[in-house]
Ligand binder design. Structure first.
Ligand code: SAM
Length: 293
């Protein structure tokens, strides 16, 4: 039986037990979880059932669909790619800001970049779960500032990826509300931000052309950049997953690092990581791992 037919069968069986479905029971929750995990690599923990339900309700309202079972079937049977993307967007949290975690950014500026400059090498940085792009642009500003005037040439790029297509579309524009400027160091505001209207600014072209974005789930991007990435910056994404999924995600992300490459997570996101290729780097108020081979 195909996956889709399998989901339909699971869900139908689950739905029958409630008759109509404005709420979801355990079986329905399990059917949605399976669908989201297999189709998008998205894991919804059981304690987030009400979050799933409010996302489903919002999309059902938007598509004028009264019944959660009907919505489920539309998603799996119809040519509903756009609706699928909108649901995924609704089920992910995109909260972010420029220079969000100060000590991690400090680690990049004061430990990682001086090393790269000494080597005079290429530098590839990957912002995983980049949301609307602030993190990727912050890293790009830091890098540009550090290598400015460096005697050794460094060719660098920042890649941002996120499961949410609307978030990635917004990231590509590099346009933000002016009140977001307050998160950017003043010197960088002058240098890298251009007022484009009374309400918005845009990240400078010289930075935007170094940063590319694509909409991908973490489960699609495993080992796509095989051992070529110097820095993986992945914050406030793993917190939405259970420990087993975090470990699987972190292990497959690590495959993309070159030996010596570094992964920066949010503090507390994976304190104990039994991966023999990764060692913890001590740095205050940060969670940094380095690939050893
Ligand atoms: C709370 S935001 C964090 C943004 C940024 N990293 C920061 O720390 O400010 C989490 C982002 O991770 C994305 N995300 C969650 N699960 C994902 C997955 N499996 N694959 C790719 N992106 C994912 C969400 O769409 C969301 O934009």
């Amino acid at each position: 039986m195909s996956d889709v037919a399998g989901y339909a069968r699971d869900f139908q069986r689950a739905s029958l037990s409630v008759g109509f479905a404005t709420e979801i029971d355990d079986e329905q929750f399990a059917a949605w979880s399976r669908l989201l995990k297999q189709k998008a690599g998205l894991f919804i923990a059981p304690e987030r059932r009400s979050f799933l339900l409010s996302g489903l309700r919002a999309r059902m309202r938007a598509t004028n669909c009264q019944d959660v079972r009907e919505y489920y079937e539309r998603l799996i049977h119809g040519a509903q790619d756009t609706e699928w993307l909108l649901l995924i967007d609704r089920l992910t949290v995109h909260e972010t800001c420029f220079f969000r975690h100060e000590s991690s950014m400090r680690f990049v500026g004061s430990c990682l970049l001086p090393d790269v400059l000494e080597r005079g090498d290429e530098l590839t940085v990957w912002s995983v779960g980049c949301a609307t792009g602030e993190e990727a642009y912050s890293l790009a500003m830091l890098i540009d500032d550090s290598i400015d005037g460096s005697p050794v040439p460094v060719s660098w790029r920042v890649v941002g990826t996120d499961i949410s297509q609307p978030a990635v579309q917004s990231a590509c524009t590099g346009r933000y509300l002016r009140r977001r400027l307050r998160d950017i160091p003043v010197a960088f505001q002058y240098r890298y931000c251009k007022k484009v209207s009374d309400t918005h600014f845009q990240v400078a072209e010289g930075i935007r052309e170094r940063v590319s974005f694509s909409s991908r789930s973490l489960s699609d991007q495993v080992a796509q950049e095989q051992q070529s990435v110097d820095l993986i910056y992945c914050q406030n994404l793993l917190i939405y997953y259970d420990r087993q999924t975090r470990l699987e995600m972190a292990d497959s992300l690590a495959e993309n690092l070159r030996p010596g490459g570094v992964m920066i997570l949010g503090p507390g996101e994976l304190l104990d990581w039994p991966n023999s290729n990764m060692e913890k780097v001590r740095y205050p108020d940060s969670l940094v791992y380095r690939r050893t081979n």
